[in-house]
Design a protein around this ligand. Structure first.
Ligand SMILES: *[C@@H]1O[C@H](CO)[C@@H](O)[C@H](O)[C@H]1NC(C)=O
Ligand SMILES: *[C@@H]1O[C@H](CO)[C@@H](O)[C@H](O)[C@H]1NC(C)=O
Length: 332
């Protein structure tokens, strides 16, 4: 009697145990697949590209870093506040006490920092790199309030990933369509900082064997982005050559910095004149596709070249009218 009762019981228990083991194995396998698949769409930092394209700059699944040249009086903490998802590379310029990354020599303005970052990180670059100036409000930021926050929030990372290099500015003044005329301006020295007179000689060192262009144009001010793939289309030795030129040149920083400002787009594979129509540019670079543009170089309510290079202390809460106007014309 007991035998007949125990046999089915033991078989049932065995069957149950087998079933449990099989179920557990299947469950673990399914979970593993699910977690690798699923993470991408759940994690806000790695949501799909379509979402990222619509609004936010920091939403791509690729690693994004910023590279910033900061002097003692400038403040880049807003980047931490508004873009915590980006890796920060803040370099100290002309401030030996700052506990920040250092450059070999304070020469050539922000370009020494940008080049040093590329050279030092060439083999372990993040996917996207944004090269920026430190302050949140800067006269050349392409925004009605010159505010870097909305400008960078609008920045279309998928477009960068498609293009490899994108200038973070669309307005044509200053820089487009032909800021520099290397051949006709050779040797010329104007009062206002302008690199045309020294450009041709520099170009021949920076880009040996390349014909000196008749016109060079790009929207100003040396804030741009590049992907690691685009950066690595050039050998590291190219970047070392640019930096050697910068370290050795006798030109003033304002001139050598400006020569680099008007070279980055060519370093990253664009034509000497890289001035997309503003309407197209705002749509692709910033996702602003319904602007009313009066001419090829400016759109209504987007960007007005300010009268002065320095925004008033306290901007945007304090306007120019409340400040004295003893300032120089726009330069960076
Ligand atoms: C990603 O973009 C979506 C909208 O497309 C936005 O709601 C979300 O806050 C963004 N996430 C991050 C981390 O910026
Ligand atoms: C930098 O700016 C932030 C606001 O974005 C402010 O809280 C902070 O005190 C500033 N730091 C310096 C050293 O001025």
């Amino acid at each position: 009697m007991s035998f007949y009762r125990r046999l089915p019981g033991r078989t049932a228990a065995l069957a149950l145990l087998t079933w449990l083991v099989v179920a557990l194995v299947l469950h673990l396998r399914a979970e593993r697949q699910l977690s690798t698949h699923h993470r991408a769409s759940i994690d806000p930092k790695t949501s799909n590209a379509e979402n990222a394209y619509r609004e936010d700059a920091g939403n791509s699944s690729r690693r994004t870093a910023v590279v910033v040249a900061k002097t003692a009086s400038e403040n880049a903490t807003w980047l931490d506040d508004y873009f915590p998802q980006w890796e920060k590379n803040i370099y100290s310029v002309g401030d030996r006490k700052a506990k920040l990354k250092k450059i070999p020599k304070n020469k050539g303005r922000e370009s020494m920092v940008y080049l040093s970052y590329i050279i030092d990180n060439y083999d372990r670059l993040p996917d996207n790199v944004l090269f920026l100036h430190p302050n949140r409000y800067q006269w050349h930021n392409d925004d009605p309030d010159y505010d870097g926050v909305p400008m960078l929030r609008h920045f279309q990372m998928p477009y960068l990933e498609q293009e490899g290099y994108v200038n973070i500015r669309c307005a044509w003044s200053l820089g487009c369509p032909d800021e520099i005329k290397p051949l006709v301006e050779e040797g010329e020295h104007r009062d206002q900082v302008h690199a045309g007179g020294d450009y041709k000689k520099a170009f021949q060192v920076l880009f040996p064997g390349v014909d000196v262009p008749t016109y060079v144009g790009v929207s100003c001010c040396a804030q741009f982005a590049a992907t690691k793939e685009k950066i690595r289309e050039r050998e590291k030795s190219d970047y070392q050559r640019y930096r050697r030129w910068l370290l050795e040149t006798d030109l003033e920083d304002s001139i050598s910095g400006r020569i680099m400002e008007y070279s980055w787009h060519m370093i990253f594979g664009k034509d000497p004149v890289h001035c997309p129509l503003v309407q197209v540019c705002y749509c692709k670079v910033f996702g602003l596709c319904n602007l009313q543009c009066e001419d090829q170089g400016s759109c209504r309510d987007r960007y007005t070249l300010p009268l002065f290079a320095t925004l008033p202390e306290g901007w945007p809460y304090i306007d120019w009218d409340q400040e004295d106007r003893e300032r120089a014309g726009p330069e960076d």
